[in-house]
Write a protein of this length. Structure first.
Length: 325
């Protein structure tokens, strides 16, 4: 007999797949991949995806990433793959990665993991309501703006996150109902990681001070902001089409728009033009060329690029790097 926690996880996966089929030009592929770490979230998700997916005619593959950061990581990965297989997935695959790069160990591991999981039409990730709450708090604390505070999207191709409304406690309960012992990553208890301190110190304190329900409230806030962002992005896309061209942006086509729309238009133009690592300060400086034009000079952006206002248009130029720089 299925327990309530297993039923809740299966219901979330079913709702996600049905929602995908309801989108225009979108349908779940014949094979659904699930990222499996061996933890409770991913194992509960793997079982639910196998159960629901098979009933809907989908093959299910478990993808396990071995980061190689801990002694015995190869065995942990092999055990995770075996557990997923026992829970009903059709195929398992372990991928070993090398974690390098800037941004700290958390960011480097995340980038390596996403690279390893890529190349499929749909990959389901076990992020829960609690993970969403942590993401919102990180965005708030860093002043990263509405896109960051809006948290993770349920569907951001090829990534799917069916469990964003399911609590972490539910996935652990689901594993208990299934008779599965999940792996607890030692890194999840390391206070040197920001997310760990949010999970073990900040959120419990907020729950105590505000009498509970904080994680769910933060997740609701993220969902509301995503709705707002999508509406603003749709409006900005229409303005961008009106203002854009091969020779830059027509300032007159959007100078009178609200700041939130102007900066979205600018962000799309700059990202589409190849500018990376844009910050809020960059966008506000470029926006000043539109809304507070006083004949000022150009704005320098990452990649040795410069935005200038010339003859009523914004133009992006690449400046040659001076020898020795």
């Amino acid at each position: 007999m299925t327990g309530p926690a297993v039923a809740a996880v299966r219901g979330a996966v079913r709702a996600f797949l049905e929602g995908m089929e309801g989108m225009e030009s979108t349908a779940a592929p014949s094979e659904i991949c699930v990222a499996v770490s061996g933890g409770a979230d991913s194992l509960a998700l793997a079982e639910a995806t196998a159960y629901v997916g098979h009933h809907r005619g989908h093959a299910v593959r478990a993808l396990v990433v071995d980061h190689g950061l801990q002694e015995g990581s190869a065995k942990v990965a092999a055990d995770a793959a075996a557990a997923a297989k026992a829970l009903g997935v059709d195929e398992t695959e372990v991928r070993r990665v090398e974690v390098t790069g800037s941004g700290g160990p958390e960011a480097a591991a995340r980038k390596a993991r996403y690279r390893a999981l890529g190349g499929h039409d749909l990959v389901l990730l076990g992020h829960t309501l609690d993970d969403q709450a942590e993401t919102v708090l990180l965005g708030l604390g860093r002043g990263s703006g509405p896109r960051s505070v809006a948290g993770m999207r349920p569907y951001d191709p090829p990534w799917g996150r069916p469990l964003l409304a399911v609590a972490r406690a539910t996935t652990r309960a689901a594993c208990a109902e299934l008779g599965v012992e999940p792996w607890d990553d030692p890194h999840n208890a390391e206070p040197r990681f920001t997310r760990v301190r949010l999970r073990t110190e900040v959120l419990p304190l907020l729950e105590d001070v505000l009498n509970g329900g904080v994680a769910a409230a933060l997740a609701r806030t993220a969902a509301q902001l995503r709705d707002d962002n999508e509406a603003l992005d749709t409006m900005a896309d229409m303005i961008f089409t009106r203002a854009g061209g091969s020779d830059g942006l027509d300032v007159g086509a959007f100078a009178a728009e609200p700041a939130a729309l102007r900066r979205r238009v600018l962000r799309r133009w700059l990202r589409q033009s190849g500018v990376r690592e844009l910050t809020d300060a960059h966008l506000r400086a470029v926006d000043a060329l539109v809304a507070r034009w006083r004949g000022q000079g150009g704005v320098w952006l990452p990649g040795n690029l410069e935005v200038r206002r010339c003859r009523g248009r914004l133009c992006l130029t690449s400046q040659p790097t001076t020898r020795g720089e």
